[in-house]
Ligand binder design. Structure first.
Ligand code: ADP
Ligand code: MG
Length: 579
């Protein structure tokens, strides 16, 4: 069903426009310039024609990677990332990313072709029969289907608004195969398209809510600010920095908020996290949720006596979603609005002078930080053989410091947790990672989108297991000749490579082929592969990759006994083997 069957025009003079053209025109009209896709029935021709019409169509080897690329494109650009897939299996492969976008508050639109409605609804067994709209709905912020060519403009406008307005999220748009056979009168078709005006309207916080937040903050003896990826998404970097610096309050960046202010900033309390959280009396959350990543705002992490006990902190929560407050603990001062407007209102409300936090609190945080930084420096200075996570990441840390504009992708278990705490970020929205779910598989999709959008070199630090989920996309990276340097932290398995099957026979479920040569995968498609067993070899390979901008995979051989089960979240693994 790749081509359009010409409709019989009643009048030889009548010019027709078909559905594919309307989809392409509607996207272009709304500033969409890139589609992350995997061609096949019924959207093959749509991908070709989109490319011919000047859209950049990036074609992947698996829809999951295309979807993750689209989701992070949404995060980086504040425009919906578009993922285009075939029906049933392609659609299902894209769903993971759709749900990921919704969960992470990233704007994305999954557009999938689908089978004949009449046949699907009667369950008569169509090619790739599946009720896609019903399946997508619970995983998406919104889901729409377009049955008629004249509704394409509205369908795409609604999808865009739903994706980017308010709390952003994933949107599903269902385009049945039959739609692509339709054509309508060209003038009417063009008039039916909608250029969305103000797709993500500013949401100004109420003055009394601003006042309430400032009063609470002013009275704090041990205040703390937590910056989340909502703050990074908002692109209000200068105002956020001004707010943090004007208040003088120590801050903790969540993983993807790292670099909003440089991690080396005097007020950054990352190295004193386990002291600052239970110690604080007033906590201002800016675009961060009190979910599992913050121990739900209670329990021992927060100084509570038991696992569910409130630590006594009072919370200010700056968020665009009015429903987020009180999701886990009482929020004393909810501030609802877009982060840019909220931070501006806070700054304006603070006026000229603002009392700095008590010196004892600042000194206590600083001292804790100093001790932990020194301890870490000692660990990083060691040069064990074989190389371990720390000695490898000491190199990565230097390289990122020397290349602060490079994009930084990170996934894995230990490869994620160690990297997050060891590698400093210096600029906003450079670090993109596993996000709210802590999922594996985002790696190569993120690399492609990050390289294409920012034109900067991309460094990906990948656990060997994590890399496997999207590893085939190294072909995509080579095909588009993207400046991506992948470092596979290879410790021969999931968590580590030392498990033994007590019965003999098959290796343990967590163990991979020993000494696997991942770098040859990159060589297979014309990229550069490097086998690195020492920090010096790793350093040279990464420096070469960034200088040459050639697709590179460094297989960094890590001590297979290094690493802990489930990384830092061993507590969530009910039957984890302790170290
Ligand atoms: P992290 O995992 O970094 O803590 P979360 O994803 O948990 O971040 O939280 C991000 C929060 O930011 C969400 O509650 C979301 O509603 C909010 N958010 C996203 N974009 C904006 C924005 N532009 N303005 C205000 N809040 C936003
Ligand atoms: Mg591993």
């Amino acid at each position: 069903m790749g081509t359009v069957e010409p409709q019989v025009a009643t009048d030889a003079q009548t010019q027709l426009i078909d559905a594919s053209q309307l989809v392409i025109d509607a996207l272009k009209l709304n500033g969409i310039d890139t589609i992350y896709a995997l061609p096949g029935i019924p959207i093959t021709d749509l991908t070709r024609r989109a490319q011919a019409e000047g859209l950049r169509v990036l074609s992947f080897r698996h829809e999951q990677s295309a979807g993750y690329a689209a989701s992070i494109a949404g995060f980086l650009t504040q425009r919906p990332g578009i993922c285009l897939t075939v029906s049933a299996p392609g659609f299902l492969n894209g769903l993971n990313a759709l749900a990921h976008a919704t969960t992470n508050c990233f704007p994305m639109i999954l557009i999938s072709g689908s089978s004949e409605r009449e046949v699907v609804d009667l369950q008569q067994g169509d090619y790739e029969e599946l009720d896609q709209l019903a399946i997508a709905r619970p995983l998406a912020k919104a889901a729409f289907r377009v049955l008629h060519a004249e509704d394409i403009g509205v369908g795409i406008a609604r999808a865009i608004r739903a994706a980017v307005s308010g709390r952003p999220g994933g949107v599903y748009l269902d385009l049945p195969a039959k739609l692509f056979t339709q054509a309508i009168e060209a003038g009417a078709g063009r008039r039916s398209l909608i250029e969305v005006v103000d797709p993500a309207p500013r949401q100004i916080p109420a003055p009394d809510a601003v006042k309430r937040a400032l009063e609470l903050l002013k009275g704090a003896r041990k205040p703390l600010i937590i910056l989340g990826k909502g703050a990074a998404y908002a692109q209000a970097d200068a105002d956020i920095r001004a707010l943090v610096e004007k208040t003088g309050i120590p801050y903790l960046p969540m993983s993807m908020a790292k670099g909003l202010l440089p991690d080396t900033h005097e007020q950054c309390a990352s190295a004193a996290r386990s002291f600052a959280l239970p110690g604080a009396d007033v906590v201002m959350l800016i675009g961060a949720r009190l979910n599992w990543l913050l121990s739900h705002g209670k329990g021992k992490t927060w100084g509570g006596k038991g696992a569910k006990d409130w630590g006594g902190q009072k919370f200010i929560q700056v968020d665009i979603s009015p429903q987020e407050a009180d999701s886990n603990v009482r929020i004393e001062a909810p501030l609802v609005g877009d982060i840019g407007s909220c931070v501006q209102a806070l700054l304006a409300g603070m006026g000229g002078g603002w009392p700095q936090p008590p010196a004892e609190w600042l000194a206590a945080v600083a001292e804790k930080k100093k001790g932990n930084v020194a301890k870490m420096a000692e660990t990083l200075a060691k040069n064990p053989s074989p190389m371990n996570f720390h000695s490898a990441l000491a190199v990565v840390r230097d390289i990122v410091k020397a290349n602060p504009d490079a994009m930084f992708v990170n996934e894995g278990a230990n490869a994620l947790d160690f990297t997050r705490s060891i590698v400093d970020m210096f600029k906003p929205r450079k670090r993109i990672d596993v996000g709210t779910w802590g999922i594996m598989g985002i790696g190569m999709g993120y690399c492609v989108a990050a390289a294409v959008i920012t034109k900067q070199p991309v460094i990906a630090i990948e656990g060997d297991s994590a890399f496997g989920f999207s590893g085939m996309e190294v072909e995509t990276i080579c095909r588009y000749n993207l400046p991506v340097c992948i470092v596979v932290m290879n410790n021969n398995g999931v968590y580590k490579g030392t498990d033994v099957n007590p019965r003999g026979g098959d290796v343990a479920p967590t163990v991979f082929v020993k000494d696997a040569r991942y770098e040859k995968l990159m060589e297979a498609f014309g990229g550069v592969g490097v086998y690195a067993t020492t920090p010096a070899e790793l350093r040279k390979a990464m420096e070469d990759a960034i200088r040459s901008r050639r697709p590179t995979l460094v297989n960094a051989m890590i001590d297979e006994t290094a690493g802990t089960e489930s990384g830092r979240i061993t507590s969530l693994n009910p039957t984890a083997k302790k170290k």
